[in-house]
Design a protein around this ligand. Structure first.
Ligand SMILES: Cc1cc2nc3c(=O)[nH]c(=O)nc-3n(C[C@H](O)[C@H](O)[C@H](O)COP(=O)(O)OP(=O)(O)OC[C@H]3O[C@@H](n4cnc5c(N)ncnc54)[C@H](O)[C@@H]3O)c2cc1C
Ligand code: FES
Ligand code: FES
Length: 492
């Protein structure tokens, strides 16, 4: 089968075919400067403000076709190959505004109006979601939309009114009719090339011809090189079109997280079985970022402050790597080799992550995750932690996995502290005796987010908080509070 050579996608129901723009053109710029649909705004061009939010239909979402609010400033045009996009211009029907527009007007939710199109599009996703059943989920839905002048109360009042209402309209009809189309594409423009292979064989063939190609999936990391560093990125291979990398499934014992699964789907899927992972994802970026950012994208950057690594390390996850030769499985501990360096070899990709499910009824497992950053929402971790202990029937530590981000060149385990407590009773005395070993476990950096002293101090305090917090509930769920918060029952 010959591959598609041109871009083909739909905007507000109209097909768009394009063969003459750079593949690193962002969807935002294409909407504004090529289609002259200027309702969608640019604020930051780095995924922080939400002014550029549009909705994309995902026909293959785990619970059926759904709208996903995304930051169009970080979406490169080939990423919407075969997809249907809804922008703020597409909501009105005749003279009738969409209910989300009506409600925002009624709540006086707009002043200068610059943020408003983005706010509307996040509310639009909320309108068609059926899982916004807790108040913190509304905050999570809207936290990626900054507003300088209206104030968030009216915006949240309007959102509360429309969330989950799912009017029986043409947008529901569009979901019912949504087709799962191939993303297949071999696109060339000047010196730039962009490939969307849809099978592993096509991927390996592409890599044989272009061994220097860079991978991309959601683009929430890589697109910043375009929008902030103005790089050309001559050769990109997207892994987004390969369906097998989007498998998200569990057995009784284990979750299989395909490398290209988006984080909002992971967050929803694991809430009852991996509360520590859900808790970390609540404070991972904003809804628009989690709707595009993937498991593989987060781990493969091997950032020392990537938020998935500590919690997955603490849960004892394994990584499956895939190349033309087949697959190999390694412990996630062996995946991070050095600063931004992974165990992936040339021609090899991350296929998936396997996460053992701690049996939630067991009182002998304590597991939690914490993220400490300067702001609650949308901030980079200063220190993050995934902490896990398994106790014997008589209360001694059988297994300890204490993993931290922000304290070393890679996400790392506090091995000396772990070793010092194994076999000992799980008490605050045991912990206090072991904590000085953190000095030898890590040599944190000093930077504007925190001094080395501060980072070590926070790491010790998170371990203390973990000990206290998990006394009553082995795997506490606190997705509605900052993850650095420890929930304690105060007894007088
Ligand atoms: C506003 C904003 C907020 C953010 N907040 C957070 C946060 O709170 N916590 C956090 O940890 N991160 C955060 N990020 C970073 C980013 O969103 C995440 O790391 C995300 O998971 C990246 O996934 P992606 O698919 O978008 O990666 P991409 O940008 O598509 O790819 C990133 C890199 O991973 C490689 N890659 C991807 N998949 C594979 C694979 N299967 N095999 C081999 N290589 C692969 C690519 O080659 C590329 O170099 C944020 C980013 C932004 C812009
Ligand atoms: S322009 Fe700010 S998030 Fe896209
Ligand atoms: S109404 Fe002015 S930024 Fe929100």
């Amino acid at each position: 089968m010959s591959s598609m050579k041109q871009l083909r996608f739909w905007v507000n129901g109209e097909v768009v075919e394009e063969a003459n723009v750079s593949p690193t053109t962002t969807l935002l710029n294409y909407l504004r400067y090529h289609l002259h649909q200027t309702g969608t705004k640019e604020g930051c061009a780095e995924g922080d403000c939400g002014a550029c939010t549009v909705a994309i239909i995902d026909p293959d979402a785990p619970n059926g076709p759904t709208y996903r609010a995304v930051n169009s400033c970080l979406v490169l045009l080939p990423m919407v190959q075969g997809k249907e996009i809804v922008t703020v211009e597409g909501l009105k029907q005749g003279k009738q505004h969409h209910p989300v527009q009506e409600e925002l007007v009624q709540a006086l939710g707009s002043q200068c109006g610059y943020c408003t199109p983005g706010v509307i599009m996040s509310m639009f996703e909320a309108c068609y979601r059926d899982d916004l059943n807790e108040d913190w989920k509304l905050d999570d839905q809207m936290c990626g939309n900054l507003c300088r002048c209206t104030g968030y109360r009216p915006i949240m009042d309007a959102t509360r009114k429309v969330a989950g209402t799912r009017p029986n309209d043409r947008f529901v009809e569009a979901l019912d009719k949504a087709e799962s189309r191939s993303m297949d594409l071999v696109y060339e423009h000047g010196e730039q090339r962009y490939f969307n292979p849809t099978t592993f064989d096509e991927l390996w063939d592409t890599l044989d011809k272009h061994p220097d190609a860079r991978f991309v999936v959601g683009g929430t990391d890589l697109s910043l090189e375009v929008t902030k560093q103005f790089k050309t990125l001559p050769l990109l291979v997207s892994l987004e079109g390969i369906r097998d990398l989007k498998r998200l499934e569990s057995s009784e014992d284990e979750w299989h997280l395909g490398a290209s699964v988006v984080l909002s789907d992971v967050e929803a899927a694991v809430s009852s079985t991996l509360p520590a992972l859900e808790r970390m994802l609540r404070f991972f970026g904003a809804r628009q970022i989690k709707n595009r950012g993937t498991v593989g994208g987060n781990l493969c950057t091997a950032s020392p402050i990537g938020d998935l690594a500590p919690v997955l390390l603490s849960l004892g996850a394994k990584a499956t790597l895939r190349s033309r030769q087949g697959t190999r499985q390694i412990s996630l501990d062996d995946f991070f080799l050095g600063y931004r360096q992974t165990a992936l070899q040339q021609g090899e990709i991350l296929d998936s992550i396997q996460v053992p499910i701690p049996r939630t009824q067991d009182q002998d497992i304590r597991s939690c995750a914490y993220k400490v950053s300067k702001r609650q929402e949308l901030d980079i971790s200063t220190v993050s932690a995934g902490l896990y202990v398994r106790l014997s029937a008589s209360g001694e530590v059988e297994t300890a996995r204490f993993a931290f981000g922000g304290v070393a060149a890679t996400p790392a385990r506090a091995s000396l502290v772990e070793q010092a407590i194994v076999g000992k009773p799980w008490t605050s005395e045991t912990l206090e005796q072991a904590l000085p070993l953190l000095e030898q476990d890590f040599t944190p950096i000093d930077d504007h987010r925190g001094s080395a002293w501060y980072r070590r101090k926070v790491a010790s305090n998170l371990l203390r908080g973990f000990f206290l917090e998990t006394q009553n509930e082995g795997q506490p769920r606190l997705p509605y509070r900052p993850t650095g918060t420890v929930a304690l029952e105060v007894t007088s």
